[in-house]
Design a protein around this ligand. Structure first.
Ligand code: 13P
Ligand code: SF4
Length: 404
């Protein structure tokens, strides 16, 4: 039996919710679901008995369910998951690594994805039809992915074709952080998907096939990648979906080499050059490492830039005594600090703001979906419709191919 909820249940972050978790004391301790509810978080409804469970009870329940399920289930965990959830993951990784895993997992009948909605959709597209992908809390979306909806992107695509009238071809690239239907649009129109670990390869692939790139939905990753490849900012324009023709003149579109969708990540755009300057003043010799969803100014001021997996590998491999100021999500930074006690690792932003939607995966949800599997019930299955799946798969396969 399957319990499937649709896309509408992906609830946007409220200011109250974001502020409930932004703290300056660095305390990100997991509370019972009931306590976290009271703190102002909007969650998917769950049977009441899970609301009051203590961490010890959840721990015991998950261990028991995993034992009963054996290799029928596999848990994937993105680096931004809180430590109280990532500890249950069989495989941890960045979004590229986890998508690759999802394509390669053969034994498990169920893949429980501790991450956000677009990641679970991708796992569904890449896994086989007889495997079910489960997102423990359907409210775990991504505010950046929600900044590009299909209707707006189709309008943009049609406008670009009519302005260019066959003079110049556009290749669409979508960041993994996008809905399955945007991935499908890219697959159908000769484009591909990329992640923060292969965006430059995706640009190279696109310029071998066309003159322009339409980059969705993160303007920062798109801009940072293009700058790294030597494309000047004068050859980039930003498409604003709330304006007629993206707010651009036909001339601006014809001259552009890169068209950047006006989307961003609210977690990564918090990092500033001022924070980096202060960190350098306080810790001479510090290494500054940031995610490419940060602004171009923060990226230019950093020493290293890369995906979450890259950030983790760099810090894990760094010499004892080294100091790292990190520009990415706080749950990951706190864990890196804990796992590298011989180094100083801290978040560049003094106000600790987790990714509020990643944070919606509470351990009680993991227990709930695992209990469901033990009882023969697939709760929160993510199922991409077949036509969308086929075209999105084309775009994802192109990404997997260029990353080999
Ligand atoms: P990675 O691909 O680097 O894991 O990043 C995913 C993400 O959502 C960053 O905000
Ligand atoms: Fe989305 Fe930003 Fe959260 Fe990544 S950190 S999942 S881009 S909201």
């Amino acid at each position: 039996m399957t319990m499937t909820l649709n896309r509408q249940t992906v609830i946007p972050i409220t200011e109250l919710e974001q502020s409930a978790f932004c703290r300056s004391d660095g305390n990100l301790r997991t509370q019972t679901l009931e306590e976290e509810f009271k703190a102002g978080v909007r969650w998917q409804k769950i049977p009441t008995r899970y609301m009051k469970l203590s961490p010890e009870e959840i721990d015991a329940g998950i261990a028991e369910a995993k034992k009963a399920l054996g290799n029928q289930v596999i848990l994937l965990g993105h680096h931004y998951q809180r430590s109280d959830v990532i500890k249950y993951a069989d495989i941890r990784g960045d979004s590229y690594l986890l998508s690759k895993q999802a394509a390669e997992i053969k034994d498990a009948r169920a893949i429980v994805f501790c991450g956000v909605h677009f990641m679970a959709e991708t796992a569904d597209i890449l896994s086989s039809d007889d495997q079910s992908v489960i997102l423990p809390n359907m409210a775990a979306g991504c505010s950046m992915a929600d900044m590009a909806n299909l209707e707006e992107v189709e309008d943009c695509w049609d406008d670009l074709q009519s302005v260019l009238e066959g003079q110049g071809t556009v290749v669409p690239i979508t960041y993994m952080n996008s809905t399955a239907d945007i991935k499908a649009l890219c697959g159908k129109n000769g484009g591909l998907v990329c992640t923060s670990s292969n965006a430059d390869r995706a640009f190279n692939w696109a310029y071998e096939r066309g003159d322009k790139v339409l980059f969705l939905p993160d303007q920062h990753l798109g801009r940072n990648t293009a700058l790294k490849m030597g494309i000047p900012e004068t050859e980039m324009v930003v498409w604003d979906p709330f304006k007629q023709m993206g707010g651009l003149s036909p001339e601006q579109i014809r001259r552009a080499k890169v068209i950047l969708w006006k989307g961003h990540c609210s977690v990564h755009t918090r990092f500033t050059t001022k924070q980096i300057e202060e960190a350098r003043e306080q810790h001479p010799g510090i290494n500054v490492i940031v995610h490419p969803e940060c602004t171009k100014e923060a990226v230019a001021a950093a020493d290293y830039v890369g995906s979450t997996e890259y950030i983790q590998n760099m810090i894990n491999a760094a010499p004892t005594g080294s100091v790292w100021g990190v520009g990415t999500e706080i749950n990951m930074v706190s864990r890196l600090a804990k796992e590298n006690p011989d180094k100083t690792v801290f978040c560049l932003d003094p106000v600790v703001c987790p990714c509020a939607t990643m944070y919606r995966i509470h351990p009680a949800y993991v227990l709930w979906v695992l209990d469901g599997l033990v009882a023969g019930l697939v709760i929160n299955r993510i199922e991409v419709p077949p036509a969308t799946k086929a075209n999105a798969r084309i775009a994802l396969d192109r990404m997997l191919e260029i990353s080999k």
